[in-house]
Design a protein around this ligand. Structure first.
Ligand code: ZN
Length: 253
């Protein structure tokens, strides 16, 4: 079987602060801007820095703190702030990809307790792997789907061949396309998932992929993962895709 099997340091993992779980009250390290170390770049309150807790053995982990506020998220940002966050993320993703040090660089966001995240403060992560087989990370077909909106060459769609199953929204763009429609499509998509898609959804991920100049962004709602997938690799194509696409069009465009 062809997979990327990577070593994970469980001793580092156990020392990480947790601010997402109610019965743990670790102070938020990203609110404490004065004590941040390893800062690489800033744009006002947006900060790109080295991750203190490198759990992925052999890889370099970075964090992009999206702003000074702890309790907010992407849909509430002004469009200008959202564009600046995204610009910072794409700039450093591209820089690390082109730097020659890494075979592949992951860019993703965890939000909420079911997302795999531990810190509530809105942030994204970049992870550079000196060795990683990029062709095993995704198949572009998982990012294609029913078109919801297209603008300046940037497309928002809902997966017809999802990675897992339900409510996977995708943005298809490229490094040389305008960033503004991408920013708006992510704000709309995340807002839809968190407010209209499923009762009480608490969590989602953003996953960024690339093939040469093309960028694929998946907005993945997170809840208990289907046993059909976890146990047997079976994916579902839900029969409500057209209804969701129509609803997003009606609500946001
Ligand atoms: Zn915070």
């Amino acid at each position: 079987m062809e997979i990327n099997l990577i070593k994970f340091d469980t001793t580092v993992g156990s020392t990480k602060p947790v601010t997402l779980i109610d019965n743990r009250h670790d102070a938020c390290p990203f609110c404490d801007v004065e004590h941040l170390t390893g800062i690489i770049d800033t744009d006002d309150d947006i900060i790109f820095l080295k991750n203190k807790y490198n759990v992925v053995v052999g890889a370099d982990q970075f964090v992009l703190i999206e702003g000074r506020e702890c309790g907010v998220d992407m849909p509430e940002y002004s469009l200008d702030h959202m564009i600046r966050v995204l610009s910072m993320a794409l700039k450093h993703w591209r820089r690390l990809l082109d730097g020659g040090r890494y075979e592949e660089v992951l860019l993703f966001k965890n939000f909420g307790p079911m997302s795999g995240g531990t810190i509530k403060h809105p942030h994204m992560q970049l992870v550079g792997f000196p060795e990683l087989r990029a062709e095993l990370l995704f198949d572009p077909i998982e990012l294609t789907g029913l078109e919801i909106k297209k603008e300046d060459g940037v497309e928002l769609n809902i997966s017809t061949c999802p990675r897992l199953g339900f409510g996977e929204l995708n943005v298809l763009t490229a490094f040389d396309l305008p960033i503004e429609p991408t920013a708006r499509f992510i704000q709309a998509g995340v807002h839809y998932l968190m407010h209209h898609f499923r009762k009480n959804l608490t969590s989602y991920n953003l996953f960024f992929y690339h093939r040469s100049e093309k960028i694929y962004i998946k907005m993945m709602p997170r809840f208990a993962t289907s046993p059909y997938f976890v146990g047997y690799n079976i994916r579902f194509r839900p029969n409500n895709l057209e209804r969701i696409a129509a609803e997003i069009k009606r609500l946001y465009f």
